[in-house]
Design a binder for this molecule. Sequence first.
Ligand code: NAD
Length: 353
Amino acid sequence: MRDFVYTGLPSRVVFGSGTVEKLGEEVAALGINRALVLTTPEQESQGEELLERLGEKAAGLFSGATMHTPVAVTDKAMGVFENLSADGIVSIGGGSTIGLGKAIALRNDTPQIVIPTTYAGSEMTTIIGQTENGKKTTQKTLKVLPETVIYDVDYTMSLPSVMSVTSGLNAIAHAVEALYAENANPLLNIMAEQGVAALMKALPVISNDPLDRAARMEAAYGAWLCAVCLATGGVALHHKLCHVLGGSFNLPHAETHTIVLPHALSYNAPAASDAMTALRRATSSEMPAAAFFDVAKSGGASTALRDLGMPEDGIDRAVEITLADPYWNPRPLEEDGVREIIRAAWAGDRPTC
Ligand code: NAD
């Protein structure tokens, strides 16, 4: 046992299947009388369903949520919120929709209820990233932490199988880094190991049958645990690389995490023996990094950054940006080692640990 510091965050979680039935109670518990429902255009019909469910507690729907939380979209949603005299938010969707709700709460501290439909994990965190003039800035503040999260597995059934795999590996990456983070602690270690185990059990089943409800339940449970790891644990080189690669080459979020994780973990493995022991248990594999790669590949996800459109001559640029402003990492950053991670991720090599 080592010294540690643990910070819990005040959020309420309602978990299960059919839990959307509790929406009315949860809205009332937060004192919301006029809820603005947020979705992406693709999930508008789910938003309409919630409006009906909310009845007189519904103020209206804004279905313009989009990737990277652009400030211009938040301005528009804020206008709708104010015109409708809304006093709370119900977000249904993935990180993009949840990000919009957080951006509104950042401005007016309005209460949020979130129904996550992917495994990305934003619902449990105080992190908000916003984009303006092509630049993404990220901050952490309790103002954006959703007060209530309703995990209703029924809303995850429609997540396409490949997206389920990439989103699940995005979640796993949060747990992996929490295990070897600077502020690792025993409670998060338990959550991280269980979260990885649940998702690694569920994802291959979902790949074969996206409608397998038991596997969806397991995946959502794992995603929640991994989200807590992101929320209260730390991140390291893997998240830094994904931030750099996503921002510099406009690469998609979950897919980039999926491709980079096995290689970032391979680099850190020699400096993270306790984490590797936990991950061997969680993946039932002697080679956890390869196990993550294999789940991605057999689930039909891209395993090479070049397939996402990253140019080969971008490798050196990504190394330079990563080293210019690094995150804390268990293994000191060596230029050649970082280049090798990005090269292997670009080429799609299978890791050997
Ligand atoms: P997303 O929210 O961008 O969703 C991708 C697409 O899938 C959207 O069109 C969405 O409508 C659709 N979709 C979502 N759930 C679905 C379902 N069940 N069935 C059918 N379609 C569905 O994807 P994401 O990976 O969840 O979120 C990525 C974004 O979230 C990134 O911008 C990332 O930076 C952010 N994020 C933030 C945090 C944080 O703590 N602030 C954490 C994780 C991710």
